[in-house]
Write a protein that binds this ligand. Structure first.
Ligand SMILES: [Zn+2]
Length: 210
């Protein structure tokens, strides 16, 4: 069995930062960043490139194959962390397949913030164009070193509200699934990043050894 941690949270919940802190505290965690894998895959795979250009969704078997390739490169005793995957009920099927095939011991963490809080934070956030890391304030990405950028669509309140409502709709069935499996930890995401980190550690200490 391989420990797999899935991080979920509304735009602006700070899950990228919390993921970094979890990795630091418990060690032996490797990121699997699905968006990045797909972007990289599209560089060499014409079929993927065409899909990306038209903005169409990647079919499940394609996503599953890309993730599987990545998993094969990770040592057996290493834990995996997914940030924001699966994104929808359709992608949940990919996760279930992988979990069965590779013997995942899953634990999902949902960092819960209100919509008002999300809107407030998004107006101040920066995003890594390479790996989707999210930060409050500019600078270099702590994960890959690229320059963080402000996203134009974070500044448009109507667009942001729409993204949040899509997130809420898409994520609910995923949270319900992990809850049903007894694999969901819900954390109050309101407060400073440090306060939220403390809440997360308090719960994860029961699952992972430092
Ligand atoms: Zn980055």
């Amino acid at each position: 069995m391989r420990d797999v941690l899935l991080l979920f949270g509304m735009q602006g919940s700070g899950k990228g930062t919390q993921g970094e802190r979890i990795k630091e505290r418990y060690g032996r965690f490797t990121d699997v960043i699905v968006g990045q894998l797909l972007r990289e895959g599209a560089k060499t795979n014409p079929e993927m490139q065409a899909l990306m250009k038209t903005g169409k969704l990647f079919p499940n078997p394609m996503i599953e194959a890309v993730i599987e390739e990545r998993i094969k490169t990770i040592p057996e005793d290493e834990r995996i962390i997914f940030d924001g995957f699966p994104r929808s009920e359709i992608q949940l099927e990919i996760y279930e397949n992988l979990a069965k095939k590779h013997g995942f011991k899953s634990l999902a963490v949902d960092i819960i913030i209100t919509e008002e809080e999300a809107l407030k934070r998004l107006s101040k956030r920066y995003v890594c164009p390479q790996c989707d890391y999210v930060a409050i304030g500019s600078g270099k990405c702590p994960k890959c070193g690229a320059d963080l950028e402000k996203r134009v669509d974070d500044q448009d309140e109507t667009a942001v509200k729409q993204r949040i409502s899509i997130f809420k709709k898409d994520t609910r069935p995923i949270m319900d699934y992990f809850k049903q499996e007894g694999e969901l930890i819900e954390v109050d995401g309101v407060g400073t990043f440090d306060e939220v980190t403390e809440r997360i550690f308090k719960k994860l200490d029961d699952y992972y050894k430092k």
